[in-house]
Design a protein around this ligand. Sequence first.
Ligand code: ADP
Ligand code: MG
Length: 285
Amino acid sequence: ATPTAVMVGTGVGASQGVLIKGGQALESAHKLENPVVVNTKLLKNMVLRDFYELVAATEANSEHPLAKAIVEYSKKFREDEENPIWPEAQDFVSITGHGVKAIVRNKEIIVGNKSLMLDIKISIPLDAEEMLTETEAMAQTGILVSIDGELTGVLAISDPLKPGAYEAISILKSMDVKSIMVTGDNWGTARSIANEVGIETVIAEAKPDEKAEKVKELQASGYTVAMVGDGINDSPALVAADVGMAIGAGTDIAIEAADIVLMKSNLEDVITAIDLSRKTFSRIR
Ligand code: ADP
Ligand code: MG
């Protein structure tokens, strides 16, 4: 029999709590454990509070989980910590799979990954490169900040694996289900996470349409594909998959696109869902 391919989007951490879509029960979705900023390296002589004010003012316009982590962390440098008022951001642009930019206090702020900085010809000093390498090895995501065309800081963001992630992948293997990781994150971080969780096949730096393409490619080679995802950028792949599974704590657009919602946002529920699907619909074989 052809093994099922299960695709696991990033941010998906690692027991009942599966919902076949179609109820109002969606609202009670549990919250995911969110990514957190764990380290900052300033490359210029700048006060951390001022740095984070510019970064937060820019990221406050983004819905991305990384943006939320950055804004949350920035609050701790403020007196108005509970309800911070960020300076106004003008000309905000979100660059899918790369980052964001805006004008804040007359400065051009760009926050995003290495490929974004390289695309716009911002040079990355050696100590920033070193920090990126370290973060990737620790399965963290390194985010770069450019102010007026100069690389000013590096943030390390950790999105720890949920307990039971490794076990869930092992059980899927024993069920003849092959797991593949498809993520927009960089190759270094993706490989580290895949290693921790026991996934061999990784596709990193994937754009939303590339995630959907990968699903179609697997289908064309005879696989029945279940896709697990939580973000807007996972939606095309969730639609393309034979069974789309959205993380309950994910974005509404992903939930919309999915066939099944994992209410407890646990990876173990993927197993329950596949079991259920096999029994109920004989769709996944
Ligand atoms: P995925 O959901 O698979 O991780 P995304 O396309 O959402 O993929 O993100 C890919 C990468 O783009 C992130 O790892 C990050 O480096 C960068 N990125 C995306 N959005 C932002 C943002 N708002 N701020 C900073 N970096 C971002
Ligand atoms: Mg995502």
